[in-house]
Design a protein around this ligand. Structure first.
Ligand code: ATP
Ligand code: ZN
Length: 613
């Protein structure tokens, strides 16, 4: 929506009519064309919306808003027979209120503009024919055709064709992704080259795209702590202001002075200073593939001094590979070990299990079915295979089940997984995972942005943990952790007064993400769980987005402070002084009062466009 469209939309039509009525009536009264009752009627009409808002604030939300100040100022001016001053003040304030509400609307509209939309129809391939169908009429499994230059209307899997797709609307990443048969395709993304047949899995509200929009829209309702604070300050300021203004009237008996003072003592922009920034910053982050679920988390992330990282799937890619298999029981061979390990792990969804199965497939081995399969969290898996009791997991697991483990790891950088058959150690699998690109730079960048304490948490063994943390530049790590230990450590840090952000993949660390002051989940395109558990969600597995999220939130928090200090504090303090010195009368006061509104608006909305480092 264009700026002019928002400012002149129907919703604001009545506001414009009010402003014009009060303005024209003031002019005609000044020219002696209309009598006083007509001016008063116009003023009553203009005041109506202010009184309504004032009453809603007072009786429903139990807070005293600016509207009450203005209403009182206008009533005071009529009682003091300063009709014209009152009318002009009213008109100017109506203009200010109008700018404020229209700019909020404008900010919201720009979120949608930035994120874009999804086509309402799709071309479906049926019996070799193509027909255009409404999205609502699609069924799961329908094959949709999308050509170069078109937006993908649904989530699904590519079943034919190839193409390069710009996924920026979802991920913020403008480098196109090559898609081929088997690739995932997302609604709202754009096919730039080629053509794709996509089998629909999700449409409408269920798509990743729709969920992003919903999250961003709901984000506004999570108030930032600073916003709660400004609300509190406003309600505390009000009685003080009334006593002050009352005292000034008592000593001066000057109605015009009182009207002018009321304009500058009302904490108007205090209510505007934070929400506008929140909306703009959340929209900005969304455009970069970072979903922030509320203003609250922007502020929290700006203030974080400790960040806790999960290892597997966060600092590492999370797709480990088997490097080596060590034979302990010399009566069997590697083939047997791999078959046993693959059989116990075939029911597991753990990344390590995937590594084992991939290795077995690479060796072209077949393997049996596990019975009594059991997952022991943070330890490993157990099952019986061909009548034998098989345990597969870390050293602690073996020790707990009384399986003697004599060998020390031959390779310190790999994760060692122990295989025991009938309570006897049979072999050791050495598995490693690649560290994500940019991990070291990201950690260094976070330190530079003022994060004092960075800790890595993992269920893996201390040797591997040490290796990975050294590689990425983290000095503190805790290993051999169960998921509940991760929560404990976050709590512990918070107990010492730290503000903690936790970064995880959202699969085995969801509870710790919830415990942290800010939970950040990676790779939400892949897992829905991650999107739900976290406060800030990174659409893509890109570590530099964590630095971006921190930079945007710090900038937003700074902007809020600027708004409050400059837009509200300075302008009002100077205004009050000038009014008391009688340099400004009520009409000038009302006119100048437009300045902070405009300043706050421009300062907030610029977050959408300026470079943020
Ligand atoms: N399916 C499995 N097969 C083999 N070993 C397993 C399996 N699941 C867990 N383990 C063992 O238990 C350990 C802890 O697993 P857990 O899932 O808690 O953490 P992790 O995968 O090491 O990573 P992180 O805590 O960094 O996310 C693993 O390092 C591994 O030794
Ligand atoms: Zn993890």
């Amino acid at each position: 929506m264009a700026l002019t469209q928002v400012f002149f939309s129907r919703q604001f039509l009545w506001e414009i009519v009010r402003i014009l009525s009060v303005g024209i009536a003031s002019l005609l009264f000044y020219l002696d064309v209309i009598p006083l009752p007509v001016l008063l009627a116009a003023m009553a009409f203009g005041l109506y919306s202010l009184v309504k808002t004032a009453a809603i604030d007072l009786f429903k939300e139990r807070k005293i808003g600016t509207e009450i100040f203005i209403t009182i100022a206008v009533v005071v001016s009529v009682l003091g027979k300063e009709y014209l001053a009152g009318a002009v003040v009213l008109m100017i304030i109506l203009i200010a209120e109008y700018i404020a509400s229209a700019s909020g609307e404008r900010a919201r509209a720009s979120i949608k503009e930035l994120i874009g939309s999804v086509p309402k129809t799709a071309i479906v391939k049926k019996d070799g024919k193509e027909e255009t169908v409404q999205i609502d009429d699609l069924k799961i499994g329908d094959i949709i055709l999308v050509r170069a230059g078109e937006k993908i209307p649904v989530d699904g899997k590519v079943t034919g064709g190839t193409g390069s797709v710009n996924q920026a609307p979802i991920t913020g990443e403008s480098v196109p992704q090559e898609k081929m048969v088997g690739s995932d395709a997302f609604a709202g993304t754009i096919v730039e080259l080629g053509a794709l047949d996509i089998q629909m899995t999700k449409a409408g509200k269920d798509t990743v795209f729709s969920r992003i929009i919903t999250l961003v829209e709901e984000a506004e309702s999570e108030k930032a702590p600073i916003e709660k604070l400004t609300d509190k300050v406003a309600s505390w300021l009000i009685p003080v202001v009334f006593i002050f203004v009352g005292a000034v009237y008592f000593y001066t008996r000057d109605i015009r002075l009182v009207i002018a003072l009321l304009i500058f003592t009302s904490p108007a922009e205090l209510g505007l200073a934070t929400p506008l920034v929140t909306i703009a910053a959340i929209a900005r982050a969304a455009r970069e593939g970072i979903l922030v679920k509320g203003g609250k988390f922007l502020e929290e992330l700006a203030k974080v001094n400790t960040i806790v990282f999960d290892k597997t799937g966060t600092l590492t890619v999370g797709s480990p590979t088997v490097n080596h298999v060590e034979l302990v029981d010399k009566s069997v061979d590697e083939k047997y070990l791999v078959q046993m390990a693959a059989a116990v792990d075939r029911r597991s969804s753990h990344p390590l299990a995937k590594a084992i199965l991939t290795y077995a497939d690479k060796l072209k081995l077949t393997y049996g079915e596990p019975e009594n399969f059991e997952v022991i969290k943070g330890r490993g898996v157990s099952a019986s295979v061909d009548g034998k009791a098989v345990l597969f997991g870390n050293k602690s697991f073996m020790t707990e089940r009384n399986v003697p483990v004599l060998t020390t790891s031959e390779n310190l950088t790999d994760t060692a997984i122990y295989l025991s058959v009938d309570n006897k150690l049979a072999g050791i699998f050495y598995i490693s995972d690649t560290i994500r690109a940019g991990a070291k730079d990201m950690i260094a960048g976070l330190r530079k942005s003022g994060v004092k304490n960075i800790v890595m948490l993992t269920g893996d063994n201390p040797e591997t943990a040490k290796h990975v943390s050294e590689q990425v530049g983290i000095t503190e790590f805790r290993a051999n952790l169960l998921p509940e230990d991760k929560i404990k450590i976050v709590k512990e840090l918070q107990g010492k007064g730290a503000k903690v952000a936790m970064v995880g993949d959202g699969i085995n660390d969801a509870p710790a993400l919830v415990q942290a002051n800010v939970g950040i989940a990676m790779g939400a395109m892949g897992t829905q769980a991650a999107m739900e558990a976290a406060d800030i969600v990174l659409m893509e597995d890109k570590l530099e987005k964590i630095e971006r999220a921190r930079a945007i939130s710090k900038r937003a928090f700074r902007t809020i402070k600027e708004n409050i200090i400059v837009g509200v504090g300075v302008v009002h303090v100077i205004g009050i002084v000038l009014v008391l010195l009688k340099i400004l009368g009520p009409v000038e006061a009302a006119a100048i009062h437009l300045l902070p509104d405009t300043l706050v608006f421009i300062n907030s909305i610029k977050l959408l466009r300026i470079p943020i480092k």
